[in-house]
Write a protein that binds this ligand. Structure first.
Ligand code: PMP
Length: 410
C-alpha cells in the first residue's frame, strides 16, 4: 500500500492549515495505516489519493445512506443545479421537502432548513427558549450536539457564561433527569436528548421506554420543549424520527447528516406549539437556501421510503454483527457490540487504551476495509451480503492481529 501522495499532502497542509486538519477527522487520531485524503467514492467504495481502495463502513460519518453517488439522488441534485442552486431565495424544492418531512415525521407540523447538524441543534435550543421565555437547556453528560460554545466537547476557547444555562443529566437515568429539572428551578426551556446514547468510545445504549416516557413527561410538566437530536441517527432507524421506536414524540427535532445522501443540509422540525416561536427568532445562513441539496433530500427521503432501505440496512447490519460475534468466539477474544445494527460499534473487553481496537482496525484497513475503533460506524442501503462477507474476511485478520499482541501490550 503506497501512501506517498497522502504524506505529501499532509506535509503541505501542515504549513497552511493549523495542525494540518481540524476536528475528529484528523488522521493522527486514527489507527496506523489510515489515509487522510481521498480521491473519489462510489457505492460502498472509497479510494484514497494514492489509489488504494476501501470498503466503506463510515459513510462519510453518516451522510451517505444510499451509497456514494446514488444515481437518482445525483440526477435530482444536478438537474436542480442546472436550473439554479444559490439564488436570491429558495426554489420550489424547499416547499416539496418541507411537505415530505411533515408527511413522514409524526411530530412535524413544519420544517425549516440549514446546513450543519450544529445549526439545527442550536436553532432548536433557541426556539425552545423563545417559545417558553425560559433559559435552561438540559443536556446528557457526554452527549455530542455540535461544535459551538454551548455544546462543544472541548472547553478551550469557551467561557463559563457560554454554558451558564446548560444543566446536565445522565442518559437513560430518570432520577438524574428529574434532579436536573429540579435544578432548573422553574427556568426550564428544553431537554435535548440524543436519538440513542452514542457517546464516543462508550458502549451504545438505546433509550429505554421508561426514560423516553419520563423525558416527555418532565418536559410536559415544566411546559418545556423535548428536543430529539436526530442528526446522527435520523432516517437510519425510522423515517418518522428515532424516538418513534420508543413511542415518544418530541416537540422539536434536529436533522442533518443522511438527509440528502451527502449533499449539505440540515433541518429542524417541530410541532405547532413552537411554530410562532420559530417564526419569531432570527436564523439564516449564506447557503441555507441552496436548492441542489434540497432536491437531493427530496430524492433521498423518497428512495429510502420506496426501497424500504432501513429494513435492508438492518439485514446487512445483522449479518455483520453475527459474523463479528462468531469471529470473537472462534478467536476467544471477547467483544461488545452495542446499539442499532445499522450503526454498529464494536469494542473489545479490557481495552481501556483502545490498543486492541486500533490493532484490529489497522489490520482491516490494510486489507481494504474502513472500520472505526471508537466511533459508531454506519451502514448504507448500498451494502450487499458480498460486502459484509468481505468485511468479515478483513475482520478475521483484525482478530488475528489482536491475538498477536503480546500479553504485556494486549
Ligand atoms: N448532533 C449529533 C448527534 C451529531 O452526531 C453531530 C455530528 N457528528 C452533530 C450534532 C453536529 O453536526 P455537524 O457536525 O453537522 O454540525
Amino acid at each position: 500500500m503506497s501512501n506517498s501522495l497522502d504524506r505529501a499532502l499532509r506535509e503541505r497542509a501542515m504549513k497552511v492549515v493549523p495542525g494540518g486538519m481540524w476536528g475528529h477527522m484528523h488522521a493522527k487520531d486514527l489507527p496506523e495505516g489510515y489515509p487522510q485524503y481521498f480521491a473519489r467514492a462510489e457505492g460502498t467504495k472509497l479510494w484514497d489519493v494514492d489509489g488504494n481502495e476501501y470498503l466503506d463502513f463510515m459513510c462519510s460519518w453518516g451522510p451517505i445512506i444510499l451509497g456514494h453517488h446514488h444515481p437518482e439522488v445525483d440526477a435530482a441534485a444536478f438537474a436542480q443545479y442546472q436550473r439554479g442552486d444559490a439564488m436570491n431565495g429558495p426554489a420550489e424544492a424547499m416547499v416539496e421537502l418541507a411537505e415530505l418531512m411533515v408527511e413522514l415525521i409524526p411530530h412535524a407540523d413544519w420544517a425549516q432548513f440549514e446546513k450543519n447538524g450544529t445549526d439545527a441543534t442550536t436553532t432548536a435550543a433557541t426556539i425552545a427558549r423563545a417559545g417558553t421565555g425560559r433559559r435552561k437547556i438540559l443536556v446528557a453528560n457526554g452527549a455530542y450536539h455540535g461544535a459551538v460554545p454551548w455544546c462543544s466537547p472541548s472547553l478551550i476557547g469557551v467561557t463559563a457564561e457560554d454554558r451558564a444555562h446548560i444543566l446536565t443529566y445522565d442518559y437513560n437515568d430518570i432520577e438524574s433527569l428529574r434532579a436536573a429539572v429540579a435544578k432548573a428551578d422553574g427556568d426550564l426551556a428544553g431537554i435535548i436528548v440524543s436519538a440513542f446514547k452514542h457517546d464516543y468510545g462508550k458502549d451504545q445504549q438505546l433509550p429505554t421506554v421508561e426514560f423516553a416516557t419520563a423525558a416527555r413527561a418532565a418536559a410536559d410538566d415544566a411546559d418545556a420543549a423535548l428536543i430529539v437530536d436526530d442528526v446522527r441517527a435520523g432516517f437510519r432507524l425510522s423515517l418518522g424520527g428515532s424516538w418513534e421506536r420508543v413511542g415518544v414524540q418530541p416537540d422539536l427535532a434536529a436533522w442533518s447528516k443522511s438527509i440528502a445522501n451527502g449533499f449539505p443540509l440540515a433541518a429542524v422540525t417541530g410541532n405547532d406549539r413552537f411554530r410562532a416561536a420559530t417564526q419569531s427568532i432570527f436564523t439564516t445562513g449564506s447557503f441555507w437556501c441552496g436548492a441542489m441539496s434540497m432536491a437531493a433530500a427530496v430524492a433521498t427521503l423518497s428512495i429510502l421510503r420506496r426501497d424500504d432501505a432501513i429494513a435492508h440496512m438492518e439485514r446487512m447490519g445483522t449479518l455483520l454483527r453475527e459474523g463479528l460475534a462468531s469471529l470473537s468466539a472462534t478467536y476467544d477474544i471477547p467483544i461488545r457490540q452495542t446499539g442499532p445494527v445499522q450503526m454498529p460499534l464494536m469494542l473489545f473487553d479490557d481495552d481501556a487504551d483502545a490498543r486492541k481496537g486500533f490493532a484490529f482496525c489497522s489490520a482491516a484497513i490494510k486489507a481494504g476495509v474502513y472500520f472505526h475503533p471508537l466511533h459508531n460506524m454506519f451502514l448504507s442501503a448500498a451494502h450487499t451480503p458480498g460486502d459484509i462477507a468481505r468485511a468479515l474476511e478483513a475482520a478475521e485478520l483484525g482478530f488475528r492481529s489482536v491475538r498477536a499482541l503480546t500479553p504485556a501490550t494486549a
